[in-house]
Design a protein around this ligand. Structure first.
Ligand code: MTE
Length: 333
């Protein structure tokens, strides 16, 4: 297996290549520590059929009933076709179009979510029933990937904090641990480490309790008014708008409240590159590229990707900076 050590110039490709060119290329990450966004080994789509894309027909999405808010005038939405074809979901391959191509057969209904750990009332929740009774709202958020691209997405969901209160967290609950479905039969990246980018599956993520309880933090069940497509994390995923996109764990089956900081997938793979906190911070560069600016994937055609400055806490500093007062954000990246 060819393993190229990552060099900073290899990462520039996404910065200078028109979006349509780089999203159509499939990549397989080879080896540990490669990191998100590394260009390591390209595989032609007619090459090894490791991904097993069973069905190219889009999985049906249901319309949702939700409360809409007046959108902030400065936010320009990323068009829906781009939101659902430019994805990171390594369980379905590491190329940006792999998740849309290879996840359409994922069985998302029925789906249960287990909430346990430091709670007085652990329970297993039927996610589809939950969608009907919880009261959904639309949240239009900026989304900043650690790879230095960004979108603006109209999510539909509910506040994680309000949801967690149902289970009566104990005083020992200091962190929240999340887990994605582990099902190698349905997820080719979990069957083959080259397809899955070397991630140790199931994909896991975590938040500090106060981050989880913050009203900006949501569990999303939809986007653009309809249920999530599989490639975006159907039927339920996390959205934390002031953190890098990799915190937004997809297709969640378990939430556990815990006393100690839980392990997180990208931190396990490359701890020097991806921290637990992962707050969007233009002043703290990724070891292999700058985080000072980003390519906004917005409306328009081929050359519409716009470079713009990255905002501290992705523009949500007023609401969340207080969570980190006194903390050295270079050390706790
Ligand atoms: N969740 C799982 N289970 N597997 C993944 O590979 N990728 C993360 C995150 N959640 C990922 C995941 C990364 S790196 C990003 S940037 C976002 O999902 C991308 O979300 P999107 O495809 O909906 O834009």
């Amino acid at each position: 297996m060819l393993i190229k050590s990552p060099k900073s110039h290899t990462l520039r490709e996404a910065h200078i290549t028109p979006e349509t060119a780089y999203v159509s290329r499939r990549r397989v990450l080879a080896g540990l520590g490669a990191g998100i966004g590394s260009l390591l080994l390209a595989r032609q789509s007619h090459g090894l059929d490791l991904l097993g894309g069973k069905s190219r027909q889009a999985a049906p999405r249901k319309p949702l009933t939700f409360t809409a808010h007046k959108p902030a005038p400065e936010l320009i939405l990323t068009p829906e076709p781009k939101v659902i074809t430019h994805n990171n979901f390594y369980e379905f391959g590491t190329g940006k179009t792999d998740p849309a191509e290879n996840s359409q057969h994922l069985k998302t209904e029925p789906w249960t979510l287990r909430v346990e750990g430091e709670v007085e009332k652990p329970a297993t929740v039927d996610v589809w029933k939950l969608m009907n009774e919880i009261g959904l709202e639309e949240r239009i958020y900026r989304m900043r990937c650690v790879e230095a691209w960004s979108m603006v997405i109209p999510w539909v969901g509910f506040e994680l904090g309000k949801f967690l209160q149902r289970f009566a967290p104990t005083s020992r609950a200091r962190y929240v641990a999340f887990e994605t479905l582990y099902d190698p039969e349905q997820m080719p990246g979990q069957r083959n480490r080259y397809v899955g980018g070397g991630v140790d599956y199931p994909y896991v993520e975590g938040l500090r309790m106060d981050e989880a309880m913050h009203p900006l933090t949501i569990l999303s069940v939809g986007l653009y008014g309809k249920t999530l497509p599989p490639q975006n994390g159907a039927p339920i995923r996390l959205v934390v708008p002031w953190k890098y996109g990799f915190k937004g764990i997809k297709s969640i089956v378990k939430i556990k409240l815990v006393e100690r900081m839980p392990p997180t997938s990208w931190n396990k793979l490359a701890p020097q590159e991806y921290g637990f906190y992962a707050n969007v911070n233009p002043a703290v560069d990724h070891p292999r590229w700058s985080q000072a600016s980003e390519r906004f994937i917005g409306p328009g055609g081929l050359f519409s990707v716009k470079r713009q400055p990255t905002l501290p806490f992705n523009g949500y500093g007023e609401e969340v900076a207080g969570l980190y007062s006194g903390m050295n954000l270079k050390k706790f990246y």
